[in-house]
Design a protein around this ligand. Structure first.
Ligand code: ME8
Length: 505
């Protein structure tokens, strides 16, 4: 089995913020989860460097555009390890490998009679890099505004068009058969009704500026930035060589995107691909939008959240955990300091961290730093172990369905059960009355803690590596395939250090 996951490639007109970090961490979580299941995974991210928006940003800084994008792309690349993400490739649309792949895709569409030359006249938003129908816009004092709030301008120029209208029925059919190709369900419905509303041919080249990939055999046209950008997902797999190992292994892939760019991914991209005789993506998941203490995040409001700052303030895994436990993946979320503190303290510090700390320290002090597999279990132990097996099944289902919040909720509900078991069994009392039973309880607790930690690894990998260290284990010893049969004779422990200190507001 193989698994290919991608983030959108981010525009380099500005610095990365919490929204970009969110999508990248989501992909990291899924990539790690599938790797932990034993699959071969490929996690791609990168930067979108062409188009008017980026060119304008470079001109505003009086910089040569290539030098500007080199600098800006580096900001996105450098952020990745800081987010605790492990990627397999980083693609830039100004790289030759990408430019030639995009031109090959163009040629293929042309050979398949999918492109024609005409004139575009209509509304365009540079901020969204999108064409709009007048019916989609709102008239304000400052002109026509896009649904995103972005200003638009009237453009009139010679343009190549892609015959998108010819793909209406085929797309509807594709989505009828592949009902989970777009998730969540509400987004799927949105996409299908948009297509059913009728598709117009799409302008795919521009003549009024030069910062883009040249249309093959054309001096005056550069490609529309979205056909260029979407192609990144296959240029990174060495398109047009569709017979090479990575293309064969990894295409079609899973695209995680924000809801703002769903239409490009779920309508234009599958149409381009089918028109070029390539399979459409396996899945497109559109997640929600983050606000800051209830307000839209924007430069003009001065409330952009810098990922470096919040990670330094709260801790990397604390932020990763908060972002994906707090808000159902797919819904909008609000970033608030109170909410981070409450979530981290309740789940990571109290429920999970204290359990590890308490039990491991107790074992070190009272059981010679080790636990041994019991000969006989009691009904309460069996119940707890059986309940883990159910938790594990639910976890797999939720994670396979991109429901990270539910997968986490399920683990933390189970950890509450484990804490209740500790209170009921009271190993500190057993120490005085029944040492054998105390040792058995400690083994069950250690085993369960280790198993839960493996499930949490995709979301909080650094902390889990430290926790596994307490038990002299690493991911080499244990993964999601081995977890059911994990039952070692002896587990030796090292002194734990506090992993999740409480956040004081
Ligand atoms: O759209 N909340 O790039 P982009 C959640 N280059 N996610 C957010 C967010 C927020 N407030 N702000 C940004 C582009 N994002 C194109 C993509 S792909 C072929 C080309 C995330 O820099 C979210 O994933 O504007 C959103 O879709 C993406 O950043 C937009 O990044």
């Amino acid at each position: 089995m193989s698994f290919y996951i991608t983030t959108p490639i981010y525009y380099v007109n500005d610095l990365p913020h919490i929204g970009h970090a969110y999508t990248t961490i989501a992909c990291d979580i899924f990539s790690r989860f599938h790797k932990l299941k034993g699959e071969e995974t490929f996690f791609l991210t990168g930067t979108d460097e062409h188009g008017q928006k980026v060119e304008k940003a470079s001109l505003a800084q009086n910089k040569d555009t290539q030098i500007f994008v080199d600098e800006m792309s580096k900001n996105f690349r450098d952020l990745i390890p800081y987010l605790g993400c492990e990627i397999d490739d980083f693609i830039r649309t100004t790289e030759n490998r990408h430019k030639s792949a995009a031109q090959d895709l163009w040629n293929k569409l042309k050979d398949n009679n999918q492109i024609y030359l005409s004139n575009y006249e209509g509304w365009y938003s540079i901020r969204d890099e999108a064409f709009y129908l007048e019916s989609e816009l709102t008239k304000t004092e400052n002109g026509f505004v896009a649904p995103s709030g972005a200003p638009t301008e009237w453009v009139k120029e010679e343009s190549y068009f892609f015959k998108l209208s010819e793909w209406e029925d085929k797309l509807i059919k594709f989505y009828e058969i592949n009902k989970e190709a777009v998730l969540p369900k509400s987004r799927y419905n949105e996409v299908v009704s948009f297509i059913k509303g009728g598709l117009k041919d799409l302008s795919i080249s521009r003549t009024t500026f030069k910062w883009g990939i040249n249309v093959p055999q054309e001096d005056n046209h550069v490609m529309y930035v979205w056909i260029d950008a979407l192609c990144n997902y296959i240029s990174a797999l060495n398109y047009p060589d569709t017979k090479n190992d990575s293309f064969k292994k990894f295409w079609p892939g899973v695209h995680i995107v924000g809801k703002d760019i769903l239409r490009f991914h779920a309508v234009y991209w599958p149409a381009f691909l089918m028109a070029a005789d390539i399979e459409p993506p396996k899945k497109i998941f559109a997640h929600g939008w983050w606000t800051n203490e209830g307000q839209k995040i924007s430069k003009s409001l001065g409330n952009v959240i810098n990922p470096y700052e919040i990670i330094d303030q709260y801790g990397l895994d604390q932020i990763r955990f908060f972002l994906f436990r707090e808000v159902p993946f797919g819904n909008d979320g609000d970033f608030s300091k109170d909410a981070i503190a409450q979530r981290v303290n309740a789940d990571l510090s109290n429920n999970y961290g204290n359990l590890i700390q308490r039990i491991a320290s107790f074992i070190i002090k009272n059981a010679n730093s080790q636990v041994a597999k019991p000969e006989k279990l009691e009904a309460s132990d069996d119940r707890l172990l059986k309940s883990f097996d159910e938790t594990f099944e639910n976890y797999l289902n939720h994670m396979n369905n991109f429901q990270i919040d539910r997968a986490l909720k399920n683990i933390f509900e189970y950890l509450s059960e484990v804490n209740a078991y500790v209170d009921n069994q009271a190993p500190w009392s057993l120490k005085k009355t029944d040492i054998k039973r105390m040792q058995n309880v400690l083994y069950v607790l250690t085993l369960i803690t280790i198993k839960c930690s493996i499930l949490l690894h995709p979301v909080i990998p650094n902390s889990i590596n430290k926790i596994l260290n307490i038990y002299n284990l690493s991911l080499k010893d244990l993964n999601l395939k081995k977890i059911k049969d994990f039952n070692p004779k002896i587990i030796k422990l090292n002194q734990p250090k506090p992993i999740f200190p409480r956040i004081e507001l």
